[in-house]
Design a protein around this ligand. Sequence first.
Ligand code: ADP
Ligand code: MG
Length: 378
Amino acid sequence: MAKIRINIATGSLQQEEMIVGIDLGTTNSLVAIIHPETKQPVVLKEYDGTALVPSVVHFGERGSITVGDEAKKYLITDPQNTIFSVKRLMGKSYNDIKEHSSFFTYKILDDDTDRLVKIQLGDRFYSPIELSSLILKELKNRAEHILKTSITRAVITVPAYFNDAQRQATRDAGKLAGLDVLRIVNEPTAASLAYGLGMKKEETKTVAVYDLGGGTFDISILRITNGIFEVLSTNGDTYLGGDDFDSAIAIHWQNQLNISDDQLRNDKSLAQSLRLRAEEAKIFLSSHSDFNSSVGDHIVGLKKDKFENLVRSFVERTISCCKNALQDAELSVADIDEVIMVGGSTRVPLVKEMVSEFFKKSLHDSMNPDEVVALGAA
Ligand code: ADP
Ligand code: MG
């Protein structure tokens, strides 16, 4: 058999077929593989080190379509033509999402309320499957570019609570992107695998997977017996995540600077930089105690204590979900053997503190929380 050679650092690779693991996230997506030489999972990165691809698609004026960081720039400046959070629409009808319709800045058709939703962009209509396939296609292209080989087979992860329609929609999106989807794997299962749980035979463990992403919170209680994963319960809030932390900071600064809502509506670039700066502050405060910067002509700052006061109630809501999940699984905190932290927002120290305090345990948080799902999928 031909020897497989890969050198991700220099981007040269020669080999036959590779299966990729894809975390198709609400906010960010990424790809991981098993390194052919080390046999260890690794996340695929661009030359500049970025692995995460924002799950955002922008439709330009002349039919140009951009995905990822490029598209994210249009979220506030061209909201009607910028698709974000399409994962929330997978397998859903208008009736399913109507109470959250104001959340979406792009046009979701509301004429046929029981059928699967369609999104209108200019004079064209897209299904969430088609839009997700654009993200998957981008991931596929990037992976092929990095690995210098064609990619046709993938494992894609979904939330544990996804129903059959949502799983099928994800499979269809893969197919449309030119991927043979070998398996759909639950995100908490993938995260557990990344930490090596469930790899040993004759081991029974009860695991809580706490996943706080950009826009969603999921808590899953799993039982792993002899390598078989069983979902005992899931709970969470599909409209709670790091974006809420950003908004809280942005609103705090808006009030401090006496900027009116009208002013923000009319000055999209001010709104944009307020938002971006807020996320920057949040991320900075995960490893520092004081943030200072500017928004337009304004000086802004935020101390870690103040940030924690702004977001504490959101974290408390996640803890309530954890309580409910335990109750549904008919378990108590003492029954949980392991707690795994997933999602970029679990980098916030306050989140770790409150989760650890609730479960009365140290946490699995040594891996990058935004990479563990993809690594497990690989
Ligand atoms: P999803 O699974 O929802 O697609 P991710 O797991 O990638 O999303 O999480 C994205 C969220 O994580 C964003 O709100 C982002 O701002 C937040 N985030 C990323 N890094 C940090 C950090 N160092 N500190 C706090 N929040 C972070
Ligand atoms: Mg995720």
